[in-house]
Design a protein around this ligand. Structure first.
Ligand code: NPW
Ligand code: ADP
Ligand code: K
Length: 509
C-alpha cells in the first residue's frame, strides 16, 4: 500500500476537487460523513457520551461534520473548539455554519486549561484538534489537553492522525494524543510505523474517502507498506521439473564458542526458506553440533581448532553467502573477514558481528559487492550510520548510507524498514514476542535462502522480512508472546508461505 507524504495528500485533495469539479467543503463533508458512518456502525446508537475536540483548521472541520451527523442520529454529543489560533479555515467556518439549528449545545470554545471539561473513563473522545497541518509543537495548554485525554482512560478515536503528531518530522515526545484507534484518511502515515510516535499507535484503519483514483494510481511514493497483497506478488512458485540445483546453494558463515546456536538457527531458516542446498561454515568445534542439529545441512570448517574463526577459505561456489551471526569480533576473525572480502564476488547478506566488523574498520564497507544486504538492529545501525536525533533523521542517514555503499539496508525494528535507492519498504508483520535472542539470525537465514533461489537481493530483503514477521505472528497464535522463541519462528516459516494464498475469512479483514 502506498504511503503518501503530506504534500501528496494535499495534491490528491486538489486533484480530486479539480477532477470532480466540486468545492472543497464537499470533500470535507464526504470525509467527515464516512468517519461518522465508521463510528455509527460500531456504536449502533449506544447511549455513550461523545466529546468531540475540534481544532480550527480542516481537521477541526471534519470533527464538526462528524458532530452534526451524530447529532442528527440522536447521539449525545458535546463539541469543543480548541482555539489555538484565530485563523479558522474557510471550510471549518462552513462546517460550523452547517451546525446551526441542529443543536442547542453550541460548541464550547476552549482558550486555556481553565476551560477544559471533565473527561470520564466511559466517554468516547473524537480527536480532531490537529491533522496533517501541524507544523510546530502545540502550545503548552493544548498539550495539557492532550495529557488530560491520555490520562482519562476514555476510548479515543483520532481522526486522520493523532493530534500533536507531525507527519513529516518529530516533535519532543509525549506531546501527542495516544489514540485507541486512528482512522486515517486514504493512506496510513509514515510516522505510524516509526518508534517515537508509533509506540502510541496500536490500532489504525484506513478510510477510503474517494480521493482521485488517477492521482492515487499514478503517484510514486517514497514509502510503501508491505502486507500480504504486496508479499504475494513477490512469491516465485517452484517449478515441476526442478531439482536442488535449481534453488541454489547458500553458505552460512556463523558461530563461535558458546554461540553455535546462531549458526544452527540461520542455517535452519535458510533451509526452510527453500534454498536447494545449505552449507554452514564454522569452527571445528561447531561440526558435531551442526551435524546433529541439522542433518540436511552440510558443514565446512576452519582448519584451526580455536573457539572462533581464524580463516575463511572454502572450496565451494555458493550462490550467496549469509555471514555474521554469532561470529564474534576477535582480531583473527576480523582479519579472516577482511581477506575474504578482498577476494569475494559472491552476493552477501551481512548481519550481527559481520556488521560490527564493518563498523570497526570502515574501509571494509567499500569491499562489499554491489547490492549486498545488511540487516542491522538499531544498535548495529547506529554503529554504521552514526547517532540520529529522531526517526526521520535516522531514515535520511540510512538512505545516504545505502546510496554510498550501494547496499540494501534492512533497518530492523517493530516495523522493519528496508531502505534502498531512496525508497522505504515498511514491513507490517511481526510482534513483540520476536524481541528474543536469535530471531535476527533467523531473518539472515531467510533472506540468504531466498537469494539462493534467485530472488533479487531487494525482493529477498522485503519478502524475507515479511515472511519472518508473519511466521512470528502465526506462531503466537499457539503461544504467548513471552514464550515465543527464534526456533519456533523457523518452524512457522512454511505456514507463513501457505498463508500468502489463504483467503481472508468472510467478514474478516
Ligand atoms: N485529502 C484529505 O486527506 C482531506 C483532508 N481533510 C482534513 O484536513 C486536514 C488538514 O487540514 P489543515 O491543512 O487545515 O491542517 P490542520 O491539521 O487542521 O491544522 C490547522 C492549522 O493549524 C495551524 N497550526 C499548525 N501547527 C500549529 C500549532 N502548533 N499551533 C497552532 N496552530 C498550528 C496551521 O496553520 P498556520 O498557523 O501554520 O498557518 C494549520 O493549517 C487533514 O488532516 C484532514 O483531517 C479533509 O477535511 C478533506 C480531505
Ligand atoms: N517488538 C517487535 N515487534 C516486531 N518485530 C520485532 C520486535 N522486536 C524484535 N523484532 C524482530 O526480531 C528480530 C530481532 O533481531 P536481532 O535484534 O538482530 O536479534 P538477534 O541478534 O538476537 O538474532 C528483527 O527481525 C526484528 O525486526
Ligand atoms: K486528529
Amino acid at each position: 500500500m502506498k504511503i503518501l507524504s503530506k504534500d501528496q495528500v494535499y495534491e490528491a485533495d486538489k486533484a480530486t476537487i479539480e477532477a470532480e469539479a466540486i468545492p472543497s467543503i464537499n470533500l470535507m463533508e464526504r470525509a467527515g460523513g464516512y468517519a461518522f458512518e465508521y463510528l455509527h456502525q460500531r456504536l449502533q446508537g449506544q447511549p455513550v457520551n461523545i466529546k468531540i475536540f475540534c481544532g480550527i483548521g480542516n481537521n477541526g472541520g471534519d470533527g464538526l461534520v462528524i458532530a452534526r451527523n451524530l447529532i442528527e442520529h440522536n447521539y449525545s454529543v458535546t463539541t469543543y473548539v480548541v482555539n489555538y489560533s484565530d485563523k479558522r479555515s474557510k471550510d471549518f467556518l462552513q462546517a460550523l455554519e452547517a451546525l446551526k439549528g441542529k443543536t442547542k449545545n453550541w460548541p464550547q470554545v476552549l482558550k486555556s486549561a481553565d476551560d477544559f471539561p471533565e473527561i470520564a473513563r466511559e466517554d468516547l473522545i473524537v480527536d480532531c484538534v490537529f491533522g496533517i497541518g501541524l507544523n510546530r509543537p502545540a502550545d503548552d495548554w493544548v498539550q495539557e489537553l492532550f495529557q488530560k485525554i491520555n490520562t482519562s482512560g476514555a476510548y479515543v478515536l483520532s481522526v486522520d492522525v493523532p493530534s500533536g503528531m507531525a507527519v513529516d518530522r518529530q516533535f519532543p515526545e509525549d506531546t501527542m494524543v495516544h489514540p485507541t484507534v486512528v482512522l486515517s484518511f486514504q493512506t496510513p502515515k509514515l510516522a505510524f510505523f516509526l518508534p517515537q510516535s508509533g509506540k502510541y499507535i496500536n490500532n489504525w484503519d484506513v478510510l477510503d474517502i474517494g480521493l482521485d483514483r488517477n492521482y492515487l494510481n499514478s503517484v510514486k511514493t517514497k514509502a510503501q507498506l508491505i502486507d500480504k497483497t504486496e508479499a504475494r506478488q513477490m512469491y516465485r512458485p517452484r517449478q515441476k521439473f526442478s531439482h536442488k540445483g535449481t534453488y541454489g546453494h547458500a553458505l552460512i558463515v556463523a558461530g563461535s564458542y558458546g554461540k553455535m546456536g546462531a549458526a544452527v538457527l540461520s542455517s535452519k531458516a535458510c533451509l526452510h526458506a527453500g534454498a536447494g542446498l545449505t552449507t554452514a561454515y564454522t569452527t571445528r568445534q561447531g561440526l558435531p553440533i551442526l551435524q546433529t542439529a541439522l542433518p540436511e545441512v552440510m558443514v565446512v570448517t576452519d582448519r584451526h581448532d580455536g573457539t572462533y574463526l581464524e580463516e575463511l577459505k572454502f572450496d565451494l561456489e555458493p550462490d550467496v553467502i549469509g555471514i555474521g551471526p554469532g561470529l564474534g569480533t576477535e582480531k583473527a576473525t576480523q582479519e579472516a573477514f577482511k581477506a575474504f572480502l578482498k577476494s569475494n564476488k559472491t552476493p552477501l547478506v551481512v548481519d550481527a558481528d559481520g556488521l560490527n566488523m564493518l563498523a570497526k574498520d570502515r574501509d571494509l564497507l567499500k569491499l562489499l559487492p554491489k547490492y549486498s544486504v545488511l540487516t542491522p538492529h538499531p544498535k548495529e545501525l547506529e554503529r554504521l550510520i552514526g547517532e540520529w536525533n529522531d526517526d526521520f533523521e535516522k531514515l535520511e542517514k540510512a538512505e545516504a548510507f545505502s546510496a554510498e555503499y550501494n547496499c540494501v539496508l534492512v533497518c530492523k525494528d517493530a516495523h522493519t524498514i528496508v531502505v534502498f535507492e531512496g525508497n522505504y519498504y515498511v514491513n507490517n508483520t511481526g510482534n513483540p514476542g520476536m524481541a528474543t535472542g536469535g530471531s535476527g539470525d533467523v531473518l539472515t537465514g531467510v533472506i540468504t535462502g531466498l537469494i539462493a533461489q534467485g530472488y533479487d537481493p531487494l525482493t529477498a530483503a522485503i519478502f524475507g522480512t515479511y515472511l519472518h514477521g508473519k511466521a512470528g505472528d502465526l506462531a503466537v497464535n499457539h503461544t504467548a508472546y513471552e514464550a515465543l522463541t527464534a526456533g519456533t519462528i523457523v518452524e512457522f516459516l512454511g505456514a507463513a508461505v501457505l498463508d500468502l494464498f489463504e483467503q481472508p475469512e468472510q467478514g474478516k479483514k
